[in-house]
Design a protein around this ligand. Structure first.
Ligand code: SAH
Ligand code: SF4
Length: 389
């Protein structure tokens, strides 16, 4: 761990501030029905409210224009539908991607990314305001632990970005690859998934983890399972411990066993994320070792060239395009299924936490109270699918 606190990271996280009125988006669908059912009559009104929320993502009772005014007022007295507030959006990059910076009611800041693709659109959501896992290549890890996001804060990121771009809900993919470790926030992740599933099928939702084994096993037990992505990032235990200290708690061999246990039915694959660091884990020999590590797993590798950032160690650099090609070729030769996320210029999509970090690095230990001013980030993502030749 990068902190001196001896507590495991999961215990150091705490939940958001108690609001005087209950946010209805913090309730799982069944709980929402029950809560509304106790005070809203006749029952078809409950249905209407749920429709407005989970199908339309409205964040004001007044927008529910088929409800009587008195009912809307009564609801507003007891409950809220508050979402995070957009503080800033980067200008669209050349591929249309945009990063959003949100502020939460307690002043915490989180990021989401809108990523239009040829036939679908992905939204990358944050699950925590910070991260206690402390991977050494990650800006969110650099700034340390935050708190768990509530379901309303996660589902709010989704609806705000979806609405701004008017994306048809049936074309949405959701990835939990933003700030934080989603599997250290299971309690809020599960109701969030249930709300998202109203519009986005589980096979269109991916949860990315640094390898929290109990969380993976819990996810595996869900009736409606999201896809699993795991940040492996190193081909062996020694190097993984160096850059991902969580490996000491959840060893690589035990993690691989958990991945083999994760059900990959209906043609699904586990995604193996692998951040490429020049001269560290990017050689063809490392690719062969990675292929051996994941042998027998229904998996595809997502190679992510490292995103440089002034807050991160100077020795960490993005490999050259040639080195990336050689790594990918070696993986393909070893029989692995690989996609590579190639970025030119400053990439915004891969590493969340960097937009927030741009200002915070100037005042490392203090909370920044003014709105962020950043230059528009440029990104070009060129996702190359390569099959074995
Ligand atoms: N905590 C989860 C999800 C958020 S991080 C996890 O670790 O999987 C999402 C992805 O961003 C991870 O695969 C991580 O390895 C990658 N990442 C973090 N910092 C990065 C950087 N500086 N450059 C490229 N990828 C990075
Ligand atoms: Fe946390 Fe993921 Fe960043 Fe590691 S890579 S510090 S787990 S957000």
């Amino acid at each position: 761990m990068t902190t001196s606190n001896d507590e495991p990271p999961d215990r150091r996280l705490h939940v958001g501030p108690a609001l005087s009125r209950l946010n209805l988006y913090d309730l799982a669908p069944a709980q929402l029905q029950k809560t509304l059912g106790e005070i809203v009559f006749p029952p078809f009104r409950v249905k209407q409210i749920v429709q407005w929320m989970h199908h339309r993502g409205v964040d004001a009772f007044d927008a529910m224009n088929n409800l009587p005014k008195e009912l809307r007022a009564k609801l507003a007295e007891r409950f809220t539908l508050e979402f995070p507030h957009v503080l800033e959006r980067t200008a669209p990059a050349s591929d249309g991607s945009q990063k959003y910076l949100f502020v939460l009611p307690d002043g915490n800041r989180i990021e989401s990314v809108y990523m239009p693709m040829r036939d679908r659109t992905s939204i990358c959501l944050s699950s925590q305001a910070g991260c206690a896992v402390g991977c050494t290549f990650c800006v969110t890890g650099f700034f340390g632990a935050g708190r768990n996001l509530t379901p309303s804060e996660m589902v709010g990121q989704f609806f705000i970005v979806q609405r701004e771009h008017d994306v048809p809900l049936e074309l949405m993919n959701v990835v939990f690859m933003g700030m934080g470790e989603p599997l250290l926030n299971m309690e809020n992740l599960v109701p969030t998934l249930d709300m998202l599933y109203t519009n986005v099928a589980p096979k269109r939702v991916t949860v990315s983890t640094s390898g929290i084994i109990p969380g993976i096993d819990e996810l595996a037990k869900l009736d409606r399972r999201p896809n699993l992505a795991v940040s492996i990032n190193a081909p062996d235990r020694k190097r993984r411990e160096e850059i991902m200290p969580i490996t000491k708690k959840y060893p690589l061999d035990a993690l691989m066993a958990a991945l083999h246990r994760y059900p990959t039915d209906r043609g699904r694959e586990v995604t193996i994320e692998y951040v490429l660091l020049a001269g560290y884990n990017d050689s063809p020999a490392d690719a062969a070792a990675l292929a051996r590590l994941i042998h027998g797993l229904r998996a595809k590798v997502n190679a992510i060239p490292f995103n440089e950032d002034p807050n991160l160690p100077k020795w960490m650099q993005r490999p050259t395009d040639e080195a990336i090609d050689d790594f990918v070729d070696a993986l393909v030769e070893s029989g692995a299924h690989v996609t590579v996320r190639r970025s030119k210029g400053r990439e915004i999509a891969a590493a969340c936490g960097q937009l927030r970090g741009k200002t915070e690095r100037k005042l490392p230990q203090r909370r920044v109270d003014r709105a962020l001013r950043t230059e528009p980030a440029e990104i070009e993502r060129d996702v190359v699918h390569r099959e074995r030749r």
